[in-house]
Design a protein around this ligand. Structure first.
Ligand code: KDG
Length: 309
């Protein structure tokens, strides 16, 4: 079976390892974070052939990113190592109002990617290319790369996760996200982020805004998710889990959903696979979380599943 390509920036993440104001923190935990490589890792864990395409600096952080993503079973041979630009970095700053990310990624190796990255890819045996709205905000050349990925005609599917990151859009016009999403085959968006960017999180209204994609998936937070396809709306409740940290859950959901889509499963089972893979990410403070046991992931994509899958 053909593989999947996930394209986008991945950074080193610094998480305070002691409490108190961030400016006095001296001990940090180094993690790795990137929405699209998170998806690639989840897909590899689900048994798909998964490639991550991006660029990192020729530095220790770039090496750490490659070790982490490659070590998780993802093909990183197509990642460009850029000798003249650094690997991106983000810092999780916890404050009394909750934690948020501060990015140090302007001018990063990945932000210098452009349409030539797509031109250099062999997509002969690829069934799906997965991208996200983050890439559209990184630079003009990254926006052009995304446009090229979404320009038809093509032999493979393209999935687009909205991944609204307001901090990246301060100096850019986010209206481009609608045009990009509408050119994809599968669009995934959280109701809250869709509300923020497109003025509605309602699946029916979103469908009216996005007539292009064959499939539209709206994630309704802890409640559940709705898939819209051929004018049919399928709702599936989420799992009840004790959430440790929600960051990265959307990536798990996307991977579970997409793997089940590629396996030819009906919408209900795609949504369930999404919820289950998201749960893995919800249960840890790291983006991706621990792998689910094979007893759980095995039946997820099978044609003859137990009742729970
Ligand atoms: O989806 C999780 C991501 O938000 C995180 O890993 C960092 O890719 C990231 C971003 O650009 O926010």
């Amino acid at each position: 079976s053909g593989g999947v390509v996930c394209l986008g920036e991945t950074m080193v993440v610094l998480v305070p390892a002691e409490s108190g104001p961030v400016r006095s923190v001296r001990t940090w935990t180094r993690a790795i974070g990137g929405a699209e490589s998170n998806v690639a890792i989840h897909l590899a864990r689900l048994g798909l052939r998964s490639r991550w395409v991006s660029a990192v600096g020729d530095d220790a952080f770039g090496g750490a990113v490659l070790d982490y993503v490659g070590g998780a079973g993802v093909d990183v041979s197509g990642v460009r190592v850029d000798p003249s630009r650094p690997t991106g970095l983000y810092v999780k700053e916890a404050d009394p109002l909750g934690s948020h990310a501060r990015y140090y990624r302007a001018g990063s190796a990945a932000s210098a990617m452009g349409p030539e990255v797509l031109a250099g890819l062999n997509l002969d045996d690829v069934r799906l290319v997965h991208v996200s709205g983050i890439t559209a905000a990184l630079s003009d050349s990254c926006l052009e790369l995304l446009r090229a990925v979404l320009r038809g005609p093509r032999e493979h599917l393209v999935s687009f996760d909205l991944n609204w990151r307001p901090a990246l859009w301060a100096d850019r016009d986010p209206s481009v996200l609608l045009e990009l999403a509408d050119a994809a085959d599968i669009v995934l968006a959280g109701a809250d982020e869709a509300e923020a960017v497109w003025g509605t999180g309602d699946p029916e209204k979103l469908r009216a805004l996005l007539p292009g994609p064959a499939t539209l998936v709206v994630k309704q937070g802890e409640e559940g998710a709705t898939a819209v396809e051929d004018g049919e709306f399928t709702y599936q409740e989420a799992l009840k889990v004790d959430v440790v940290e929600p960051v990265g859950a959307g990536d798990g959901f996307a991977a579970g959903y997409l793997a089940a889509h590629l396996a030819g499963l009906p919408p209900t089972r795609r949504l369930r696979a999404g919820h289950l893979q998201a749960a893995a990410a919800l249960l840890t403070s790291e983006d991706v979380g621990e792998p689910l046991p094979p007893e759980v992931t095995g039946p997820l994509l099978s044609a003859d599943p137990p009742a729970w899958a």
